[in-house]
Design a protein around this ligand. Structure first.
Ligand code: GCV
Length: 724
């Protein structure tokens, strides 16, 4: 059900009036319907189900008798609403909420500016150290009454604290003696949507775009609120809402009011609006004859455009730009470099405090024959030339979101340029919305990878949070694809990747297991057997996927759909869009020689990493064929030949995928029937396609290895001939 702007405001106000009168929250505009019964488990409510805790609720009731959120800002209002409705749902009792009335068992939320109770606790020095998005949650006494205080310097920080408290209750953690201090490790925690203005989503696997551009700005789908709530609950503070392959019209006077209407919905939740900008907009939209970044008229056009945006969206975050990449226009069209292009836009943003996020996903063929080397070569030359409000956004790996890639050598390499990491939750190359693949483990591996740029311990995470090269702005960005599918993400488990991308952006040192545990409890309940089983499935899922698709450092064994196996893919517009360019299989062997004796790509890493990858004895086997070209008879650490090892990995992966299916079946009756069946249906596809990956890849490579394709001992897998 869509509501108009006027209805939206009035239902929200009506809901607040109910809260103050002590009634449980029941805002019809809140489509997630916190606290609804378990009947409709269609996945819409994501991890914010607030399902009744049953007998576990009792221990919380005395600590959550009333919600007190002073102040009447939009953020204070949504904080009060969320806490009251969430706690009511979890505890199974109405939890009155208001702006005052502290009593024993109150949850008191606010800032020193909004709350006299918080002022009285002298928390300001500690809060200052945590910044406006950090928060403290403490069990204290106010007016001699035991209360739980959630305090922050900023109202959005207080909202984050409220979500933290809700998470503690959702995951059945004790809350009687709390002393929590949190602050985000990076300043920008953004989502990138690759949504097109016509409603399609590039690499989107969960239905059409959330943004209904035709009905904006007058009609606001309640889903926009739920989207913002979900993001705030995991600390996301900005969203680039349109595709980096950007349609210029998003910057037009027709679209900007629509963008502003969305920004207004997101604002109370601390989610800032960003847009992808097309570098040729001065020509394609503005009617100029050039988009040359050194042309004064072009700069004037962008300045006027950026001023226009800020008039409508005063807290606009900035532009994300894909330039001179995959056919997009950019400064090189005018013989200018990336710094000249980015700096021109940065100048337009400087008066407003906005940023230009310039993507490093560039791979011009004339730079180097190896796609993996190109961005490093171009961007290291420009380090120090970017204006302070240019941030360079670098994908986790140097190719493109492969199931497993070594970290991009640009991490840690740019000392004078702020670098944001771009990770991808959409599962583009990772089974899309058909395969159960939790990416927390992949991102943990990435954030913990040691770049050695300043000696041991220079992890990618520490290069991102400013510990290695201090930086004014730091950040982690995730490409996500929530769409109009009822469950937002296509596959119920794909929700966990949206969730994990936010949680790990907040704190890249969290473990993938801890994040999986939280998500599972909030998504499927706290029943220990269910939690253990689901977390175990999630923790193994990515390695299983790697094994049945691209183990031992193989990569890009796909065709244009980025889903099905296509190792024979040798023809495309560009060599580096094929599969054969990467695996280079022949009778002599397989793999891409990126060693110092090969094309020298390992030399883009710090010496300790370079040497580790370069040396066959020390190169981790999961990256073997990424960096080395080896004969089929090469002996890997298990003592098997490379060919035998590939067989073992592919069989293991397909067998383990079937194992996931069996394990999920064991949860029948523990997980609600609808979600259980929908996941089970996807697992049927996954198991079938895993076997097809195994068979197609192995039969293809066998023509080169010339060695027998003997299934590992004990395997009873039947041959599969049909393609994925
Ligand atoms: C948005 C890959 C994807 C493209 C995507 C591009 C990018 O090439 O397949 O769909 O385009 O990355 O990140 O810009």
């Amino acid at each position: 059900m869509a509501v108009t702007r006027r209805e939206f405001v009035s239902t929200t106000l009506a809901g607040l009036a109910m809260l103050d009168s002590g009634l449980a929250w029941a805002d019809p505009a809140q489509a997630i319907a916190p606290g609804a019964t378990l009947g409709a488990e269609d996945g819409y409510r994501l991890w914010l189900r607030y399902a009744p805790l049953g007998s576990q609720a009792e221990v919380y009731r005395s600590a959550v008798r009333r919600i007190v959120v002073e102040g009447s800002s939009p953020t204070a209002d949504v904080t009060r609403t969320e806490l009251a409705s969430g706690m009511a749902g979890l505890l199974g009792v109405a939890v009155p909420a208001g702006r005052d009335g502290i009593q024993a068992g109150s949850v008191v939320v606010g800032t020193p500016a909004t709350s006299s109770a918080i002022r009285g606790l002298n928390l300001e020095p500690a809060l200052k150290a945590l910044g406006p998005e950090g928060y403290i949650i403490r069990s204290v006494r106010v007016a001699n009454q035991p209360v739980t205080v959630v305090a922050s310097l900023g109202e959005v920080g207080a909202l984050y604290g409220a979500f933290h408290l809700l998470r503690l209750v959702q995951t059945a953690q004790p809350i009687a003696t709390l002393d929590v201090s949190e602050r985000p490790k990076v300043t920008l925690r953004l989502l990138n949507h690759w949504d097109n203005l016509n409603g399609t989503i590039e690499r989107g696997y969960a239905g059409r775009s959330l943004w209904n551009w035709a009905s904006l700005p007058d009609t606001l789908d309640p889903r926009y609120v739920d989207y913002a709530r979900a993001n705030a609950s995991i600390g996301i503070n900005g969203a680039v809402v349109n595709n980096v392959n950007a349609d210029v019209r998003v910057l037009s006077p027709e679209y900007l009011p629509k963008v502003a209407a969305l920004a207004n919905v997101f604002r109370p939740y601390g989610v800032k609006m960003y847009l992808s900008a097309n570098f040729a907009a001065p020509v394609r939209l503005g009617g100029l004859t050039t988009a040359d970044p050194l042309d004064a008229g072009v700069l004037a056009w962008w300045k006027a455009k950026v001023d226009e945006i800020y008039r409508l969206v005063p807290d606009f975050g900035g532009f994300c730009v894909k330039a001179n990449s995959e056919g997009q226009p950019g400064p090189k069209d005018y013989n200018r470099n990336h710094a000249e292009g980015a700096n021109m836009l940065a100048e337009a943003f400087a008066p407003h405090g906005g940023n230009v996020i310039w993507r490093a996903f560039i791979y011009d063929e004339d730079v180097d024959p190896d796609r993996a080397k190109r961005a490093y070569i171009e961007f290291t030359k420009l380090d120090g030339q970017f204006k302070p409000n240019v941030l360079v956004q670098v994908k986790n790996g140097a190719i493109d979101f492969m199931p497993r890639e070594p970290f991009h050598p640009l991490f840690g390499a740019l000392e004078k340029t702020p670098v944001l990491a771009e990770i991808q939750g959409t599962q583009e190359y990772l089974g899309q919305a058909r395969h159960l693949v939790y990416l927390g483990t992949m991102w943990e591996e990435f954030f913990k990878a040691d770049t050695h740029v300043k000696g041991p311990g220079s992890t990618v995470g520490r290069t991102l949070d400013g510990s290695i090269h201090p930086s004014r702005v730091t950040g982690i960005v995730s490409v996500v694809n929530p769409g109009l599918d009822r469950n937002w993400s296509g596959h119920h488990f794909s929700q966990s990747n949206w969730y994990a991308s936010g949680r790990l952006a907040w704190n890249h040192e969290l473990t993938a297991r801890a994040v999986a545990d939280e998500w599972t409890r909030m998504t499927f309940g706290n029943q220990p057997a269910t939690v253990d089983t689901v977390v175990d499935m999630m923790m193994r899922s990515r390695e299983i996927f790697v094994n049945y698709t691209m183990p031992i450092g193989l990569h890009h064994l796909i065709g244009g759909d980025h889903y099905a196996p296509m190792p024979q893919n040798a023809k495309s517009q560009r060599a580096d869009w094929t599969a054969t360019y990467y695996h280079q299989a022949s009778k002599d062997g397989i793999g891409f020689d990126r060693t110092m004796r090969g094309n020298g790509a390992v030399g883009q890493y710090a010496p300790a990493v370079r040497d580790r990858f370069d040396n066959l004895q020390t190169c981790p086997e999961e990256f073997l064929l990424w960096f080395h070209r080896l004969p089929w008879t090469y002996r890997v650490k298990s003592g098997r030949t490379l060919w035998e090892e590939l067989i073992v990995k592919y069989y293991q992966g397909a067998t383990d995928a079937a194992g996931l299916q069996t394990t999920w079946q064991s949860l029948a009756g523990r997980v609600d029937p609808q979600r259980h069946k929908e996941v089970a249906d996807r697992l049927v596809i996954q198991v079938e396609h895993a076997a097809q990956w195994r068979d197609q890849i192995l039969t293809y490579f066998q023509q080169f290895s010339g060695m027998p394709l003997n299934p590992p001992a004990g395997s009873s897998a039947p041959p599969v001939s049909r393609g994925v």
